[in-house]
Design a protein around this ligand. Sequence first.
Ligand SMILES: [Zn+2]
Ligand SMILES: [Zn+2]
Length: 239
Amino acid sequence: MFIGDYHTHTKFSDGKGSVLDNALAAKRMGLREMAVTDHGFRILTMSFKKYLRAKRCCREAESQTGVKIYAGVEADIVSLKGDVDIREDHIEPIEYIIAGFHKFAFPRSIGDFFKMYFVTYFNGLIRPSKKAVARNTRAVVSAINRYPIKALTHLNHSLKVNVGEVAKACAEKGVLVEINAKHLRDFKGVWGDLAASNARFVVNSDAHRPNEVGRVQQAFDEAVKQGIDPKRIVNYCGE
Ligand SMILES: [Zn+2]
Ligand SMILES: [Zn+2]
């Protein structure tokens, strides 16, 4: 059983359902909580204004379903300095920030484009150099240290990092490492590093359709099989 799913998308960005559709799906799945985490503001169609509209929908859906809903954003890490695509003065009104790297967001600068983004377009074809992995790791760790992030999403997906080092930084800052139901493959070969860190985890669906909300059992089972103690997965509440 799981308390909540803290990474879901709606029509406000690239999801298919409304906030209410997701909340109803969460209720059907027996969840008590859910976060709506549409994309950050460096993706062309997104804006802070849209976030405020989504936030109002969250309040309405919450009162209609009884599911506690966090109005969140999945921010993009857009530079080697670890900047995210949310303005400083917009951070505080956002209830729930998760952050990750998305190769189709806009980098902060041309230097960031070449050093950080370029290789990610050729995933699997061009292997990032050790130097690039170290650079990426510093960027992600710096984002962890700079912003009030609840969880780091799909770590090691596209942007290759030293997972052990990032997990250590997460543990120190109390940021959760996400086990993303859609991107489990990116943890292949690094489950041991995750298990050996002191980080805590959250297992999320990254749902882009309402019927995907709360579908995290398989990812949870895989994580446990790979040596992650279920007690470290914060949204798992026992059988
Ligand atoms: Zn994402
Ligand atoms: Zn997402």
